[in-house]
Write a new protein. Structure first.
Length: 226
């Protein structure tokens, strides 16, 4: 815009011309061609900024939550350093509670089976002796093994915790902090029974950095504290 009196360029309308100190009437100001150029340049700059911002939004891909996760069958060792693993003493106490429960259930099963067997023999006028009870003991032995397998496999595959682990705040997990599958739980129980005569399999928890026994390594499981 220009002053109608001295034709000087007006950059800021303060009501007085900075060149001739004459009063400025907004209706009498003349528009200059440079005003249109400045306004066009400003509008073009805003359009370019909007286009550049939209291009950035289209080309930007947010990282997924699994980008830094370790491959299947492993544990993120950076997170593992801050994790509380189930130690030897805590795991031994939980194991003792579990076996006490299994022994109690086995005792109930034995008493009920013995009473039923005795009643059956008495109906034929016979009593229970070592000679005629060998079949009963054979069946009870394998029933106790099945009871132990069902106890550990079902509890570990359902929630990763037996009653003993629940009491002592422990949980069995799989790779990638996942749940333990039924096949993993069965393999873990089978390996623990196989290594039972070799105490080193369970004592390995003492020296393992992640507090894993041999049956944990075989089944690809970890025991953590919660």
């Amino acid at each position: 815009m220009r002053c109608p009196a001295c034709d000087s360029v007006i950059t800021h309308n303060t009501g007085v011309c900075s060149c001739c100190n004459g009063p400025l009437d907004p209706t009498g100001l003349r528009r200059d061609s440079t005003d249109e150029e400045v306004r066009l340049d400003s509008d073009q700059e805003k359009t370019d900024l909007r286009d550049e911002s939209s291009d950035r939004m289209e080309t930007y891909t947010p990282p997924s939550g699994k980008a830094n996760e370790p491959p299947l069958g492993s544990i993120n060792h950076q997170a593992a350093d801050n994790r509380l693993w189930g130690g030897f003493i805590r795991r031994a106490c939980a194991f003792a509670v579990d076996w006490a429960i299994i022994l109690l259930l086995g005792l109930v099963m034995f008493v009920m089976s013995y009473i039923g067997y005795k009643v059956g023999l008495s109906a034929h006028g016979r009593s229970v002796t070592m000679e005629n009870s060998s079949g009963l003991y054979f069946i009870l032995t394998w029933a106790s093994v099945a009871l132990s397998a069902a106890y550990f496999v079902i509890f570990h595959s359902l929630d990763g915790r037996t009653i003993g682990k629940w009491i002592f705040g422990l949980r069995v997990i799989g790779a990638e902090n996942g749940d333990v599958t039924s096949s993993q739980a069965f393999l873990r129980w089978l390996a623990s029974v196989g290594f039972a005569p070799i105490l080193l399999g369970f004592l390995w928890v003492i020296w393992s950095r992640e507090k894993r026994a041999w049956h944990d390594i075989i089944a690809q499981t970890w025991v953590i504290r919660q």
